[in-house]
Design a protein around this ligand. Structure first.
Ligand SMILES: [Zn+2]
Length: 177
């Protein structure tokens, strides 16, 4: 048992007293009352002026970050648009050559076309289209792949359609991405 201040009148009272002998309030000392008092004291410790100032500073920081972000985007927009407008790839060389393919388990004469392609300006997917022209007809085939900027790669397409008798074999390739 110890002597504490009555929560109502502030006069000394036992912490086990059911009633204050001075003012008659019930439970003159109890923990919930003290905890509420402590919470009030903590809340009062930060003055309203400090709170408002912090809020203004925080809002100013958000606005400043937003302005910088917008200015950065506007500044970079022309560069981004220019990069997107530039061609994404180029065909370096195209070479058709007679070849043998396995069709249904049997050797079949045809033409293999190898197109060397270079990726430009940005990473991404490209589609390479190859047109094979012969005395027996024209065929177009395409293949896609993902490449890194400045990477070079062979796109190889097989055309089993022409026979060994095909003449005037020519191939051209285009790419887009
Ligand atoms: Zn009292």
């Amino acid at each position: 048992m110890s002597i504490v201040d009555c929560r109502e009148c502030g006069k000394p009272v036992s912490d086990e007293a059911k009633q204050c002998p001075h003012c008659g309030v019930e439970n003159p000392y109890f923990k919930a009352h003290l905890m509420a008092q402590a919470a009030r004291a903590a809340a009062n410790h930060r003055t309203p002026e400090e709170g408002v100032l912090k809020k203004i500073l925080r809002r100013f920081t958000y606005v400043a970050i937003a302005i910088v972000a917008v200015l950065t985007l506007i500044g970079k927009a022309p560069a981004i648009l220019a990069a997107l407008a530039k061609p994404s790839c180029e065909v370096v060389s195209v070479k058709p050559e007679p070849d043998l393919f396995l069709t249904d388990g049997e050797a079949d004469a045809g033409v293999k076309v190898t197109a060397l392609v270079r990726k430009l300006n940005r990473d991404g997917e490209i589609t390479v289209s190859i047109r094979l022209s012969t005395s027996e007809g024209d065929w177009v085939k395409a293949t896609t792949g993902v490449m890194k900027t400045n990477e070079q790669r062979n796109a190889i397409l097989q055309f089993p359609e022409p026979t060994v008798n095909a003449q005037n074999i020519r191939a051209e390739a285009t790419c887009k991405g």
